[in-house]
Design a protein around this ligand. Structure first.
Ligand code: ZN
Length: 478
């Protein structure tokens, strides 16, 4: 059975077939680094990580690009307002670059704690300006964009497909638009590709020269340009949270398709938002949770990973501490079973009529794969894991070598797919790794994070992953 994915553009599940056999190009809208991302942001990043893992488990070679937005994301997600990063810099009485650096570092720490795979590339918007300028230049040249006194805008009326992703129509957008803020815009839904550092943006710190004067890019053009720079004009998959659908992704499609190949993206995959109990989780409501909050309550970030992945990505998830507690218990149960099976179970190879062999066990693996192929139905996949756990435990004396080895394969597949069932048992730490760990602990105690990061990379190059927990550094073999 082929992999079926719900495509926001088609508004239905479609069989996934990549452009190039065996290879997948995938772009994920990364964080805007003006604050520590909250668990709602990670729900969407984790969905992308799960999808990538499942594609890889299924034999695809995935080129995954995940950007970092370090300029141009205005507070309202539209054309007006302050730059999120510059606003935060003012609040913290520092400069935008330090803000971007600080929160990028925190984001990397969280991603590692959540065991997310390293992408092929992590482009930063501020380092991809020439590609954005080239794209805007093309759009001006072919009549899809126009220049005003304060910037360059995309003319939505030149792209009849505008609204196809989100379901918005230009007529509705025109009616819904508030008082005309910019008299020079031809249509209220026209969006900025480039903002000149004039008028309300005159004090914008991050600015670059361009054919239209000094300025900075609009948020949407950044992802279009970074995606093209690293993955080409047409890609297989683009992911994000549902709040990215409009205007961000709608605008990305318009810019990319009017300056290059169509379609820009074949599969648009979005994660529904997560709520705090019955209330929306948002920074402005002050009810967000971060990874350090989760750790402070005594949970492993991987418990959160399990919770966020155990619910289908198109089901809104209600975060409660009780849910996280249940997730922790479920995760522990699965890890215990895996460890006991791998280290304690011996095959029964004396002939018996009712022996459980590979053929019987392979049924679970097929069911697991079928569930994942059905639009990443993780709750179903996990119920297969629990079924195979209770059955294999109750019948363990009957399992022969072939059955046991098939079970090991199932375990490996489940581990690789979910990324939160790695063994936590005691490990024989090689002396060279131990001395690097000691050095790192010393570096952290004097807050030398540059050295600490370098040592982490050194340890990882030698085959171990370091995690900082309340009880100090924990390592697992990669
Ligand atoms: Zn984006």
């Amino acid at each position: 059975m082929p992999l079926l994915l719900y495509n926001t553009l088609a508004k239905k599940e479609e069989p996934f077939v990549p452009l190039e056999p065996g290879k997948v190009t995938m772009y994920t809208c990364g964080p805007t680094v003006y604050g520590r991302p909250h668990i709602g942001n990670y729900a969407s990043f984790l969905m992308a990580d799960l999808l990538r893992r499942w594609l890889e488990v299924s034999g695809y070679e995935v080129t995954h690009v995940k950007n970092i937005t370090d300029v141009g994301h205005l507070v309202a997600d539209q054309d007006q307002g302050e730059d999120k990063i510059e606003k935060q810099a003012k609040e913290e009485k520092t400069d935008p670059l330090s803000i971007a650096r600080k929160y990028t570092k925190q984001y990397f720490e969280d991603e590692e704690a959540l065991n997310m795979l390293e992408p092929f590339a992590r482009p930063r918007a501020s380092e991809t300006i020439p590609q954005m300028i080239a794209m805007i230049h093309t759009l001006l040249g072919n009549g899809h964009a126009y220049e005003t006194s304060d910037g360059v805008y995309f003319a939505v009326e030149t792209f009849p497909q505008y609204g196809g992703l989100s379901g918005n129509t230009l007529a509705n957008l025109a009616v819904g638009a508030r008082i005309k803020v910019n008299e020079e815009k031809r249509h209220p839904a026209d969006f900025a590709l480039w903002k000149k550092t004039v008028g309300e943006n005159a004090r914008h710190v991050l600015r670059w020269p361009s054919p239209w004067g000094e300025g900075f890019p609009g948020w949407h053009i950044e992802c279009s340009a970074m995606s093209r720079a690293f993955l080409g004009e047409s890609i297989d998959i683009h992911t994000g949270g549902e709040d990215n659908i409009f205007p961000h992704h709608e605008c990305e499609i318009a810019q990319s398709e009017c300056s290059g190949a169509r379609p820009f993206v074949r599969f648009w995959i979005h994660r529904r938002r997560i709520d705090m109990g019955d209330v929306k989780m948002s920074k402005s409501l002050g009810n967000i949770l971060t990874i350090p909050n989760i750790i402070a309550e005594g949970y492993d970030p991987l418990d959160l990973r399990y919770l966020l992945l155990s619910v289908h990505c198109r089901t809104p998830l209600k975060f409660t501490w009780k849910n996280l507690d249940d997730a922790r218990k479920a995760r522990r149960k699965i890890i215990e079973w895996m460890e006991e099976l791998e280290h304690g179970w011996v095959p029964n190879d004396r002939w018996r009529e009712d022996a459980i062999s590979a053929i019987e066990v392979s049924g679970w693996e097929q069911k697991f794969s079928r569930a994942m192929d059905a639009d990443l139905n993780t709750s179903e996949a996990l119920s297969v894991v629990f079924d195979s756990m209770s059955y294999s435990r109750s019948q363990k004396d009957r399992i022969d070598s072939s059955g046991l080895s098939e079970l090991h394969d199932l375990l490996a597949k489940v581990r690789q797919t979910f990324g939160c069932f790695e063994a936590e048992g005691e490990l024989d730490i090689p002396p060279d790794i131990q001395s690097l760990l000691d050095e790192r602990s010393l570096a952290r105690s004097v807050k030398d994070f540059a050295l600490s990061d370098r040592l982490r990379r050194e340890i990882s190059a030698r085959g171990f992953r370091v995690k900082d927990t309340n009880d100090g550094q924990k390592i697992t073999p990669v």
